[in-house]
Write a protein that binds this ligand. Structure first.
Ligand SMILES: *Cc1c(COP(=O)(O)O)cnc(C)c1O
Length: 364
């Protein structure tokens, strides 16, 4: 028997979450964001669940090739645009739309030989200060692009820094609006958090929304709101089984560094899952897990191949009992990925993206 750890991708959840986004941002077209191998889920594995999107947004040319190989003839957007001039050849060949966020990318386009002009998304840095033209330079870039025979339609894009937090998006929306008001072209502004929280505003949802994390079932603004609040379902379950049981007495310790000490008799289960599977080592004592669908906690340190869990709430647990690290247990109980993520000082994004190669993945 193989080591019992297993990830499962839930096709129905992906469909459901996509529908949730459409409800939150009515009449906007939806980019299914599948960068980072569909946030660790696997582009091919999410395909059935996400093919109902209007387009796919990603970063890697190889990932764009994989989406085309799946038979997708609709829009694909390179969220960071091209990295060097010859990438444009593949854009022409695969008919990829691409972001333009700096002068150098316009220079590359200006010398690119193509029969088919490109659709580009001109990106404004409206306050995040990562990629994009500063507001006062945006219209100059637009004029330059507009004059190029290599460019067909110009769409307008920006990205929010605080869509999930108390600062919100109003300031960035205003900056974007002030500069772009009279420019033609489609607009795309909103990630998952903006789509869910502010998608009712036509200016915010605009022509396209770009949800990633919500499609995968994680609440973008956890812990202010959880996945249940947004009616999102987990797209990934990481499950394993108990492979050993120990009976501790008072003052016994567990695992490396002995950083958990039992204060009385305690039954613990050893689970086949560790940081080499992508489970964060920062998830220390207290991190929630489900054993046979019942909520309990990690005790002691996460090691490379194993974790140890408190079996007190599940006295019937034994060798082979199901353990759910995140996602949905067999009895239907859900442990949102956001909970262990938070216990480990990070976010659901990082956990799903870090699912290790050695974990077998099934699609259901
Ligand atoms: C990753 C990304 C998104 C999706 O963000 P989520 O928070 O996962 O919804 C949207 N837009 C851009 C430019 C991105 O890089």
């Amino acid at each position: 028997m193989p080591r019992p750890i297993q990830a499962t991708i839930h096709t129905e959840s992906l469909r459901h979450n996509l529908a949730r986004i459409r409800l939150a941002a009515p009449d906007a077209k939806v980019w299914g964001v599948v960068k980072a191998n569909a946030y660790g889920h696997g582009i091919e594995r999410v395909w059935e669940g996400m093919r109902g999107a209007d387009g796919f947004a990603l970063l890697d040319l190889q990932e764009a090739e994989r989406v085309r190989a799946l038979g997708w003839r609709g829009p694909i957007l390179l969220l960071e645009g091209v990295f060097e001039a010859r990438d444009l050849e593949l854009c022409s060949r695969l008919n990829l739309w691409h972001t333009v966020h700096c002068d150098e990318q316009i220079d590359m386009l200006a010398t690119h030989k193509t029969h088919q002009p490109h659709r580009v998304f001109l990106k404004m840095n409206s306050g995040m200060n990562r990629l994009g033209f500063a507001p006062q330079r945006f219209r100059g870039a637009w004029t330059r692009l507009d004059a190029l025979p290599q460019v067909d339609e110009i769409s307008l894009m920006t990205h929010f820094s605080d869509a999930d937090g108390p600062r919100g998006i109003a300031q960035q929306v205003k900056v974007f609006e002030d500069i772009t008001r009279d420019l033609p072209g489609e607009r795309t502004l909103s990630n998952s958090a903006a789509s869910l929280r502010f998608g009712a505003e036509p200016m915010v949802r605009a022509d396209w929304v770009r949800p990633g994390i919500a499609v995968y079932g994680s609440a973008p603004d956890f812990p202010d709101h959880d996945a249940a609040h947004w009616n999102l379902l987990p797209a990934m379950t990481l499950a394993s089984r108990i492979i050993g049981v120990q009976h501790l007495a008072a003052d016994d310790t567990v695992g490396y560094g002995s950083n958990f000490t039992a204060d009385g008799p305690l039954r613990i289960g050893v689970v086949a899952c560790g940081y080499a599977d992508g489970y964060p080592r920062h998830c220390n004592t207290g991190t929630p897990v489900l054993v046979d669908g019942v909520r309990t906690r990690i005790v002691g340190r996460v090691s490379m191949d194993m974790i140890t869990v408190d079996l007190s709430p599940v006295p019937h647990a034994a060798l082979g009992t199901e353990v759910t690290l995140w996602g949905r247990a067999s009895n239907g109980t859900v442990l949102p990925i956001d909970e262990p993520a938070r216990a480990g000082g990070t976010v659901g994004y990082e956990l799903m993206c870090a699912l290790a190669q050695r974990v077998p993945v099934a699609v259901e």
